[in-house]
Design a protein around this ligand. Structure first.
Ligand SMILES: C[S@@+](CC[C@H](N)C(=O)[O-])C[C@H]1O[C@@H](n2cnc3c(N)ncnc32)[C@H](O)[C@@H]1O
Length: 235
């Protein structure tokens, strides 16, 4: 049988894919690595089909390896006779706990069939929420910016894990970037905030990202730039 790694999307129940929903409805058990993903999964799966796996809040590599081995052993045992699912917010292959499960299954239970169902990642959903267009021909880099970090270099970056928005903002603006933040985008749990003002986000919330664009970056739009015509109006 198969272990499905299913991306739930950013949080709103309607933003899970049709395929993801179908597999969630048919899986014998749906494992979720955290409270938020569990809440989202409960929109599609009754509580009695949600499986519990124990993930310790630690950075100790030995303890983490032990926990993942135990989790993989339980998932593999269930998958011996039934289809099972493991959910993650966003996409399973973008900065996700699913990677740990996949590596552990590959190492210790190579007989398990694994299939990944992509989800709407915050990496793309931020564009709509923040009103950003990544125009054809331009690049976008994905970085992490936890604990006030402020990576620089690319002209455009989407930054995940922004846990200290004021510190990240200060460093990025000094380095010549315009910065916009999004918190709990397309999520039904908690308040969605989209802002340029880091002080609105002074309170730490893991579900915060930022879009940073180098000031004065060149725009070279190939289509629909019409001299003398204002956007949404006539000449
Ligand atoms: C461990 S990563 C998981 C990413 C997820 N797999 C995805 O594809 O979106 C968690 C980080 O993603 C970002 N994130 C995920 N969902 C978000 C949302 N709905 N709103 C804002 N940021 C989000 C935050 O920066 C958060 O710290």
């Amino acid at each position: 049988m198969t272990v499905y790694g299913i991306g739930l999307g950013p949080g709103e129940a309607d933003l899970v894919t049709v395929k993801g929903k179908r597999l969630l409805e048919s899986a014998a058990v749906v494992y979720s690595p955290g409270r938020l993903s569990r809440t989202v999964a409960l929109n599609h799966v009754p509580e009695e089909r949600i499986g519990d796996l124990d993930f310790p809040m630690t950075r100790d590599p030995d303890e983490l390896r032990r926990a993942w081995k135990e989790a993989a052993a339980e998932v593999a045992a269930r998958a011996d006779s039934e289809d099972v699912a493991f959910v993650t917010l966003g996409d399973p292959n973008v900065y996700s706990t699913f990677g740990h499960l996949r590596r552990t299954l590959d190492a210790f239970h190579p007989e398990v069939d694994l299939e990944v169902v992509p989800g709407v990642s915050a990496m793309t959903a931020f564009t709509t929420a923040l009103g950003v267009e990544i125009e054809s021909g331009t690049g976008l880099a994905l970085r992490e910016a936890a604990n006030g970090a402020a990576p620089t270099g690319p002209d455009r970056m989407v930054l995940f894990k922004v846990t200290d928005a004021p510190a990240t903002h200060e460093k990025l603006t000094e380095a010549g970037y315009d910065v916009r933040f999004g918190r709990r985008l397309f999520m039904e749990q908690g308040e969605t905030v989209v802002t340029d003002d880091p002080d609105e986000l002074a309170e730490r919330d893991y579900y915060t990202l930022a879009y940073a664009e180098r000031e004065g970056v060149e725009r070279d739009v190939a289509t629909a730039e019409f001299d003398g015509v204002e956007s949404g109006g006539s000449a």
